[in-house]
Design a protein. Structure first.
Length: 466
């Protein structure tokens, strides 16, 4: 089930909220656990047992870690943590990466069977959330959760189950037991949710149609301007698709009394690649920093080791996104750029005018999206070549002019919405007019989004496949 579906908006969500608020406080987590599993099972019924196994595994590993720590058995606690990490990563590898490795080995004559496994939706997200639970208990960063219902609710919490944000248990531990509910919080949740829905349905889905044109275009028909127009469209589609989902997750969480951390902070206004990744998919960057980068030594080491640490983290970040070698290349591409900025480029950038810094960052990020979006190496090479001037069909074509003028209003709206400008202008409105205008704007956004969904086909979020 997806947030941007009529079933979710007008059947599932109203029932969930109605029953949630008439249920006594002590039973609300149980109700959430049930509806979370229904939400997941709507699209992945055969993998519910896998999710339940993950819940049971990490719940009992957490109990063992806490007990061993209490008994002063540090070795036993570390073994329990290791078991949790190994089993979780083994499950993730089997379902997500087995076929990639098998196919690669077959190219070298190694007879490893390709299983054609269906990727469980959201496995990359919920695996990262659950397997660090025993780690947090071992470190003393979180108290053990004695209720398997509450822990299961945390793992399966439907607002962020499918595509994040990735929430560490310690960030939500207190809220699993004590959380506040107020009309103001609920109204704020509705506002954030509707904004996210509009981002996805009105912006991402429509701008994505332009990218679909250039992704499907035969490589011998690519032009330089067309290749750039396509990747600009993809960059906006991906941003509004993923940040829209994250906004909806935050909004739904607030409706239920939870507070999730922000996952995007206007990444396209960044002045360096390093800053871009402090603003894009913040929860993933935070996870890798805390559980991989810092344990490797972080930045408290000499430069050669620092660069190695960055290489490892970004290789892992790349391959986390998908079982395809283009994602590894994409991760290594960012590793190289961030290493260069750490080495010397960052200081040079600081001396440049802000506009130069913005152009530098946007150029490199747009190139990265071509690597990210095109999995076939031949197609990727042709697309990148076209972007850098080696296009079979030349600089431009009548079709590029047609698509550019057709999508120009949507691209302008997207470009403005990807910056804080609209938010800043909104906040300058006097308080009384704002209170009148806000409900009207939100209602209009909901009606327009619903009208689009009634006439649209299935529209999954891009990050569902990760």
């Amino acid at each position: 089930m997806v947030f941007s579906s009529l079933y979710f908006l007008f059947l599932y969500l109203p029932i969930v909220l109605l029953v949630y608020y008439i249920t006594p406080l002590k039973w609300r987590n149980l109700w959430l656990l049930v509806v979370n599993l229904v939400f997941y099972g709507w699209g992945e019924p055969k993998y519910i047992l896998l999710m339940i196994f993950t819940i049971v595994l990490d719940y009992f590993c957490g109990l063992i870690v806490a007990r061993r720590k209490l008994q002063g058995d540090d070795k036993g606690a570390r073994i329990a943590v290791a078991v949790a990490l190994v089993l979780n990563l083994a499950i993730l590898f089997f379902f997500k990466y087995w076929d990639l490795v098998a196919t690669t080995f077959q190219h070298f004559g190694v007879g490893m069977p390709v299983l054609n496994l269906t990727l469980p939706i959201g496995i990359s997200f919920y695996t990262f959330q659950t397997m660090t639970y025993p780690v947090d208990i071992y470190r003393g960063d979180a108290e053990v959760q004695k209720s398997i219902v509450s822990f299961g609710t945390f793992v399966t919490l439907f607002p962020q189950l499918i595509a994040g944000p990735i929430i560490k248990y310690k960030e939500l531990a207190d809220q699993m037991t004590y959380r506040t509910h107020s009309p103001e919080q609920f109204a704020s949740g509705v506002q954030v949710f509707v904004v996210g829905l509009a981002k996805k349905v009105l912006l991402a889905n429509n701008i994505g149609k332009l990218w679909d044109v250039y992704l499907a275009l035969p490589t011998d028909q690519l032009t330089v301007s067309g290749a750039w127009l396509g990747v600009v469209a993809f960059s906006l589609q991906l941003y509004f698709d993923f940040s829209g989902y994250s906004d909806m997750a935050v909004g739904l969480g607030r409706m239920l009394g939870f507070e999730f951390l922000r996952n995007f902070n206007y990444p396209y206004i960044s002045k360096s690649v390093t800053e871009f990744w402090r603003r894009w998919h913040i929860s993933l960057g935070s996870w890798f920093r805390e559980y991989l980068y810092i344990p490797l030594g972080g930045n408290r080491v000499k430069k050669p080791r620092l660069f190695f640490n960055l290489l490892v983290v970004w290789a892992a970040t790349g391959i986390w996104h998908g079982a395809s070698w283009n994602f590894l290349i994409w991760g290594l591409y960012f590793a190289a750029l961030i290493i260069l900025e750490k080495a010397f480029l960052g200081k040079l950038l600081e001396k440049c005018p802000a506009v130069v810094q913005h152009i530098y960052t946007l150029f490199l990020v747009l190139v990265s999206w071509a690597i990210f979006a095109v999995e076939d190496f031949g197609h990727m090479g042709a697309y990148l070549s076209a972007m850098f001037g080696f296009a079979p069909a030349g600089l431009a074509s009548p079709s590029v002019a047609y698509y550019f003028t057709s999508f120009l209003p949507m691209l302008i709206i997207g470009a403005v919405a990807a910056t804080p400008l609209a938010t800043k202008l909104w906040k300058k409105l006097p308080e009384k007019p704002m209170k009148v205008v806000l409900p009207v704007v939100l209602l209009a956004g909901l009606i327009l989004s619903t009208a689009y969904l009634v006439d649209a086909t299935y529209n999954p979020f891009l990050y569902f496949r990760f």
